[in-house]
Design a protein around this ligand. Structure first.
Ligand SMILES: NC(=O)c1ccc[n+]([C@@H]2O[C@H](COP(=O)([O-])OP(=O)(O)OC[C@H]3O[C@@H](n4cnc5c(N)ncnc54)[C@H](O)[C@@H]3O)[C@@H](O)[C@H]2O)c1
Length: 363
């Protein structure tokens, strides 16, 4: 890698939602130059190239990675490509911002963290929901100790009809690593662990179900992802009970499709000794999403903080660039993303074995 100018030279791989959000984020930052973009859809590649004035466009990731003038790259491709592309980029001296989940399995994620550590480069995962305004307000409130000891929590993302297309990479076990648990569950797991202050997870007991998708039910009618056939190889609902080392427990649930009142609903509920909080987001809204419960002068009280919207991916990209320019790279080697993948992995192992799994055991 050659440092050719004072600005950070970045590349983006992938033209889907993840790729577009990365482009949007980088394009808003001073001292960042989007030098290259790669993706398989030729027309979209050129449209995005024009929109963001990107000088070098490629079809395949390895063509982009063979450039010797990139400081950082965003990896926004299907999950099965996260590990190989990230490890190649780190090996070539680039910092990597990888879309969630970090990888399909713990083994892949461990290899990625090892590669980041060896290369002494930043490896960060896009957890864009934790930077929501309401999550940030709740995080500050919890960190101030206002909830007391949080002994029980729930994290959930449930959809009514949200399977992202039949036959797409999202519903391929091989390509995605799993269904809504690894796709949506990883986001709310991240939010909960972040809010709880990164507790250690001891055991998980999980079940997965594929009751709708494999019968062609619950497909998002607006799904635009391409795929062939009707294959549906993953769960459409997962539920898990996690025991944490501080004695607290966390209930995690994720589904792309349910016969329920959900539309596209995500949230986290915290139960503490001095207060509780209920974060409930419908259809990606941001207003009136947070309720806090406490006691005031001996009576029950509810507080409704008016949190700002937050900037999602844009904040994540900004923080990634900030870490590269001023941070201690060795502290950002992807291990946080690895911890989430270990939990997801253990959930799938528990569901398969039909019993509680000790987290170390599942490695
Ligand atoms: N953080 C979020 O909110 C969020 C939202 C959606 C998707 N994602 C994540 O982003 C990633 C991509 O998801 P998506 O919805 O954008 O998928 P997508 O299928 O819409 O896009 C994938 C892109 O990868 C490209 N690609 C595949 N193989 C390639 C290769 N060898 N070289 C170059 N490009 C290649 C495809 O051409 C396509 O443009 C996934 O990991 C997903 O979990 C995150």
């Amino acid at each position: 890698m050659q440092q050719q100018s004072s600005s950070l030279r970045v590349g983006v791989i992938g033209l889907g939602y993840g790729g577009e959000m990365a482009l949007k984020g980088y394009s808003q930052l001073p001292n960042v130059e989007i030098v290259a973009l790669a993706g398989l859809e030729e027309e979209k590649l050129h449209t995005l190239g024009m929109t963001y004035s990107i000088p070098h466009l490629y079809r395949y990731h390895h063509e982009l990675l063979s450039r010797d003038d990139l400081d950082a790259v965003s990896v926004c491709v299907p999950n099965y490509l996260h590990a190989s592309i990230t490890i190649e980029a780190l090996g070539r001296g680039m910092h990597v911002l990888c879309e969630k989940p970090l990888a399909r399995t713990s083994e892949e994620a461990e290899a990625m963290v090892e590669a980041a550590t060896k290369a002494n480069r930043v490896l960060q995962v896009v957890f864009n929901h934790r930077v929501r305004g309401d999550v940030q307000v709740l995080k500050r409130y919890a960190d101030e100790g206002k909830l007391g000891n949080v002994y029980y929590a729930k994290a959930s993302w449930m959809r009514r009809r949200g399977i992202p297309g039949a036959g797409t990479w999202f519903v391929s076990k091989e390509k995605a690593g799993g269904g809504p648990l690894i796709d949506l569950g990883v986001h709310v797991l991240d939010m909960a662990l972040y809010l709880l202050g990164e507790p250690e997870i001891l055991t998980v007991s999980a079940s997965t179900y594929a009751e709708l998708g494999k019968h062609g039910k619950g497909i998002d009618p607006r799904a635009q992802k391409s795929g062939s056939g009707n294959a549906f190889e993953v769960e459409d609902l997962a539920t898990a009970f996690l025991r944490l080392s501080n004695g607290a427990t966390l209930l995690l649930e994720a589904s792309w499709a349910t016969h329920s009142s959900a539309s596209d609903d995500l949230g986290v509920t915290l139960y503490g000794t001095d207060g509780g909080a209920d974060l409930h987001v419908k259809n990606h809204g941001w207003q009136d999403t947070l309720d806090i419960y406490t006691d005031v002068a001996g009576v029950t009280a509810a507080i409704h903080p008016q949190a700002p919207k937050g900037e999602g991916h844009i904040t994540v990209v900004r923080e990634f660039v900030q870490t590269i320019t001023e941070g201690n790279w060795s502290l950002h080697n992807g291990s946080e993303g690895l911890r989430r993948v270990r939990v997801i992995d253990a959930c799938y192992a528990s569901a398969l074995q039909g019993r509680e799994v000790v987290l170390q055991e599942s490695k």
